[in-house]
Design a binder for this molecule. Sequence first.
Ligand SMILES: Cc1ncc(COP(=O)(O)O)c(C=O)c1O
Length: 387
Amino acid sequence: MTDIKHPNKKFKKTERVPPKGYDSSNDFFEDVFMDKDMIWMGQNTNHLHDNTISDAMADCVKDKDYCKYPPPEGFSELKQLILEDLEFDNCDVLLTAGATESLYLCMQALIEPGDNVILSDPGYFIIGDFANRFTDDVRYVPIYNEECGYKLTPKLLKENMDDNTKMVILIDPLNPLGSSYSEEELKEFAQIAIENDLYLMHDVTYKDFARQHFLVENYAPGQTLTIYSFSKIFGMAGLRIGSVVSSKAIIDVIKNAVVNDLGVNIIAQYGAIAGLKSKNQWENNIREISFTNQKLIKEMVDTIGGVFLPVYPSDANMMAVDVSQTGINPKELSNYLFKNGIFAREGEYTSELFGDRYLRISYSIPTDQIKIFCEEFPKAIEALRCD
Ligand SMILES: Cc1ncc(COP(=O)(O)O)c(C=O)c1O
């Protein structure tokens, strides 16, 4: 038999063991997806929308507009609406299949062997995995502590960067903790970027859940890549649409890396246009429900010994619940909740170093379901605790 080199070996990727009882993660996700009664707290998605966006997409389907290819770089109306949402004047937008594709294209276009990229642990590992396809030097800075406010700070950046640092990843608010940046902190990052000629990748996927939010593009124009998603506040995760927004010069460079040359899903673009045009009608309601839900979770967590929320309030639609003092393995906790109809995420999905300490839960779901979670979670802790 010929010895075929395993194709996977070409790329470094954070390897994860499939959930118990499953051959692959895909089998697991398919099963969870098909379970219509599952309480969906494991993916930071948003289940609180009315029919405004879905109606616009249904019209596109009924008219069979999807028979045609969309304009290859996307509808200019949509790009303009994204710029207005960010209040950027001098930028360009590249539409992609989710923010994920933007993250990849940025790495492919801008990172070379010998460069290093700095990001945080905990964090959203796909970004580091993408960077790793183009350089061996991806630096995860541990940030799971109060001293740094559970986020990558300008001080930590200075301690970890060197002459080869090419890009810094600021996920703001941060998946999984919900920590976010003040305007002052972003100005400091911008200063460091300008002085050292670095790119700042500002992933603002969760920006609309934050109490206040600022954009570093305003302080480091020409060096910032703003990553924008329709999966969270717009509730369109399955539609796979997002973008990268940056100076025209940088977007022109990133365009060289484009694979999806025939454009982004037209139904998703119709939905995104409707979502942006109607945002001021539904946004406050979704934010209010999310704030109420996280408050209910906080009140419940405060009654359980040895369990705490590292970051509260969270500025995202998710939070980490630290269970390390109870001796419970978060994986067992998520398995237990899963058997009781609640899908949550053990920490290892978002942290190599601290994943054994917390469970990540998202809460942009109906409050009735959060109330069920608040009944089930203390029971799960009681059943599993070994402190
Ligand atoms: C920080 C961050 N960026 C990007 C994404 C992916 O966004 P999209 O669904 O638009 O690809 C996620 C998804 O959870 C995320 O947490």
